[in-house]
Design a protein around this ligand. Structure first.
Ligand SMILES: Cc1cc2nc3c(=O)[nH]c(=O)nc-3n(C[C@H](O)[C@H](O)[C@H](O)COP(=O)(O)OP(=O)(O)OC[C@H]3O[C@@H](n4cnc5c(N)ncnc54)[C@H](O)[C@@H]3O)c2cc1C
Length: 417
């Protein structure tokens, strides 16, 4: 077998993988099949965090997948992460979605920051600070969360974050609240987006700060229930920050750089998609197995001979291939300052995956029928998990339509009057 080839079909489909991509995909597939899939029902039933999966990810070196090589990580690029994320999502959506939050924390500070304009002083500051964060991941196996949402227009990218950071001697004092903080109580560090409080009552998005708050910090509490419809293993509860002091070195990016980074690298918001491509693949895999009467532990009843089932499987495959194709193109086009054509395609790819995952899961249940949605089988969990993708800010399915329509019909700065 050539080095870039696999002996299984990954969620992104077969392709000409590099030797390294093939190696990471093989690892993700093996962990997923042997460990994550058998455990997935437990996290879902209990709405508990998949700690055992994280031990496996840590041991396999996957927590440091996107830490640059110069800092001891695997130095995987954006596209490679997206392939691996999809493969993990195929076996446990909650693990893939939370893993995405961690990986993004290493990409924002790593490969992305390298492509963002900074002054020489900012570059030096960033270089020194990220060394500390990367060492925590590589050496200690630390896990970073990414709680941005606040229940205001901030997570949609339309207003400054309400969580504030006030400069004090040697560091920052944070106050505020983050909702839907995946990895609540499980993360070693929470990458908090907040607005610098300059004392002038005029918060400005350009003053956004990105600061790591240690899970054990005084003044940080995890509150609220977590009993959602889907993605239950993400444990996305509420974080309250009350006069939390963090030293300067906890800044994940220099002052003002995050805002520029978010505008320069829109593909970063696409990183939520891989999980859902994986879920779509899982629903498709299950349907084929079920109709062939090959689901382990189930009676070998075949349902494949009915033309309606065959047509439904064909429809699912067409949708899956559409998702894979646009996903593949988007992850390889991802770069700083994409052209307008690339940006619109990126939105289209995100929408196609998020809505497509739920569509495939819906068809899977309709096609496999009543017994297939009993809770001892994974399909009903896949269906519930699949619905959550379109809700993720800043690129909810609705907001994607909003952006695509507006940005197609208006050039930047154009008005009607
Ligand atoms: C399983 C799960 C895990 C999550 N994990 C994280 C996490 O780790 N970190 C994190 O930061 N967030 C996370 N989120 C939160 C997510 O990104 C959204 O912030 C959250 O779903 C928003 O819910 P809401 O009811 O407050 O939305 P609202 O803000 O009330 O919006 C409701 C809908 O209205 C639309 N809308 C919102 N704002 C605007 C606007 N300005 N203009 C027009 N339409 C708008 C959107 O389509 C949106 O879906 C998670 C969510 C889920 C479901």
């Amino acid at each position: 077998m050539p080095s870039g080839q696999l002996d299984f079909i990954p969620a992104v489909g077969t392709a000409d993988f590099s030797a390294e991509q093939a190696q990471w995909l093989t690892l993700a597939n093996r962990l997923g099949r042997e460990r994550f899939a058998p455990r997935a029902a437990t996290w879902d039933r209990e709405a508990s965090f998949p700690f055992a999966n994280y031990d496996d990810l840590r041991e396999a070196g996957l927590l440091a997948l996107c830490v640059p090589r110069a800092f001891g990580g695997a130095g995987a690029d954006f596209a490679t992460y997206c392939m691996v994320g999809a493969e993990i999502g195929r076996f446990c959506g909650a693990t893939a979605l939370t893993y995405n939050m961690h990986i993004c924390s290493t990409m924002w500070t790593g490969v992305l920051s390298d492509g963002i304009d900074m002054t020489p002083a900012q570059r030096d500051e960033h270089q020194a600070r990220r060394e500390l964060h990367f060492a925590r991941v590589v050496r200690d196996g630390a896990v970073y969360a990414q709680p941005f949402s606040e229940g205001s227009a901030a997570a949609a990218g339309k207003a400054p974050f309400g969580t504030t950071a006030r400069k004090v001697d040697g560091g920052w004092v944070l106050n505020g609240r983050k909702i839907f903080a995946s990895l609540s109580g499980a993360a070693d560090y929470y990458g908090i987006l907040c607005t610098e409080d300059r004392g002038d009552q005029h918060p400005d998005m350009r003053d956004t700060l990105y600061i790591a708050v240690p899970g054990q910090a005084d003044g940080l509490t995890v509150t609220g229930d977590w009993d959602p419809m889907g993605m239950r293993g993400t444990v996305s509860r509420t974080l309250l920050l009350k006069d939390v002091f963090v030293p300067d070195h906890e800044q994940l990016m220099p002052r003002g750089v995050y805002h520029r980074a978010a505008q320069t690298w829109p593909a970063m918001f696409f990183t939520l998609s891989p999980t859902y491509l994986g879920i779509a693949q899982a629903a498709y895999d299950f349907t084929v197995q079920y109709l062939r009467g090959e689901v382990p532990g189930q009676p070998p009843v075949k349902r494949r001979m009915y033309p309606t089932k065959q047509i439904a499987v064909a429809q699912m495959r067409i949708q899956l291939e559409t998702m894979r194709s646009i996903f593949w193109r988007a992850i390889h086009e991802a770069r700083p300052n994409p052209s307008k054509d690339e940006r619109l395609r990126l939105y289209a790819a995100h929408y196609t995956v998020m809505e497509g995952a739920n569509d495939i899961a819906r068809l899977a249940i309709r096609t496999c029928g009543g017994q297939s949605m009993l809770k001892d089988l994974p399909l009903e969990r896949l269906y519930r998990d699949s619905r959550c993708g379109a809700l993720m800010l800043p690129w909810t399915a609705e907001l994607i339509l909003d952006r695509m329509g507006r940005e197609t019909l208006y050039e930047s700065g154009e008005r009607d009057e």
